[in-house]
Design a binder for this molecule. Structure first.
Ligand code: PMV
Length: 329
């Protein structure tokens, strides 16, 4: 909305990339080496909620604790201050899920901040550009459904923005099962990991050459709601991202034994069925995100529950979602 407000509260979704973003060509502006594609999770259980109010000083409260604003936060507020020099905000934000555990908290977090700041202080430019300054993947949480973040070619990043490919209503049967394996903060933050991969992995050079083709193939699979194709590309891309992490020197291993057992279990399930009916993807951490269609959800969830949950289980929580919409005011 173009009308300036004094106080806003926004809710933003977590997005999970099916074609991963891994590698920057510009670290200050978070410009990626290649495009990426994600889906938003419905906001019934996982989201960020951020309230922002114009104020005399800038105060930043995350999950109930006052925090010193991060460098990334400064990038966003400084961009706003270029047009509104006096801007100060009192911000309260919380995630309904563990922060910094490879569950895309920075994505929904910075998307919420960007939306809130943009509503308080209307500025020119795309809200996804502002979110991207906080965290690259955050730009994909500023639209709903299936979202493409185009890498862009301009130096200043004006064309490195996200856009919706298909809305959340496009594939109503699609379900997402988040398997929480570990709630600890990740050992290697994604920015440091990406930097190290870009500097040392030769496999990364190969990845950059064919990611675009994969994006076109998965876009077509989404258009046709072709789960076996969608699932296979999703798994292959996650595997490739973790392969370039292992090809980094020294290697970066985000997956743990449980992650590998979940991978095996998904492939076993698919070979029993004779086609891809379940797919996994992993971000910078051991937590698995599974995709399937509604008709297979109960069976897949029961299998995960019986193998990995319960007393002494290695999966502490299972969260079921649908494809979700974009930010809500
Ligand atoms: O936006 P960042 O810097 O937190 O990077 C996120 C990278 C991955 O989550 C591993 C992949 C992705 O595309 O979301």
């Amino acid at each position: 909305t173009p009308k300036e407000k004094d106080e806003v509260t926004v809710r933003t979704p977590v997005n999970i990339a099916v074609i991963k973003y891994w590698g920057k060509r510009d670290e200050k502006l978070n410009l990626p080496l290649h495009s990426s594609l994600s889906v938003n999770l419905s906001m019934d259980s996982m989201y960020t909620e951020t309230s922002a109010r114009k104020s005399k000083d800038t105060v930043f409260c995350i999950n109930g604790k006052i925090e010193v604003p991060t460098k990334r936060f400064d990038r966003l507020i400084n961009k706003i201050r270029a047009d509104h020099p006096e801007s100060n905000v009192d911000i309260t934000t919380h995630n309904t899920f563990p922060t910094a555990a490879g569950l895309a908290s920075s994505a929904s977090g910075y998307a919420a901040l960007a939306c809130a700041l943009k509503l308080l202080y209307p500025t020119s430019g795309n809200v996804s550009e502002l979110a991207r300054l906080g965290s690259g993947s955050a730009c994909r949480s500023t639209a709903g459904g299936f979202v493409l973040w185009e890498k862009g070619v301009e130096e200043g990043g004006k064309d490195s923005v996200s856009r919706q490919l298909y809305s959340e209503d496009h594939w109503p049967e699609l379900r997402i099962l988040v398997c929480v394996v570990c709630k600890d903060e990740k050992a290697v933050p994604s920015t440091a990991g990406m930097q190290s991969t870009v500097q040392t992995s030769s496999l990364m050079k190969h990845r950059v050459l064919h990611v675009q083709q994969r994006i076109e193939q998965i876009t077509e699979a989404i258009r046709l709601r072709d789960f076996p194709k969608f699932g296979e590309i999703t798994m292959r891309d996650s595997n490739e991202m973790h392969a370039v992490c292992l090809d980094t020197y020294p290697p970066i291993a985000y997956l743990n034994d449980t992650s590998h057992q979940i991978i095996r279990s998904v492939h076993e399930y698919n070979s029993e069925k004779g086609e891809v009916r379940a797919a996994y993807t992993f971000d910078a951490g051991p937590n698995a995100v599974l995709f399937c269609e509604e008709k297979d959800l109960f069976e897949i969830r029961d299998r995960i529950k019986s193998k990995f949950c319960g007393e002494g289980g290695r999966v502490s929580e299972l969260v079921e979602c649908k494809i979700g919409c974009g930010p809500m005011l």
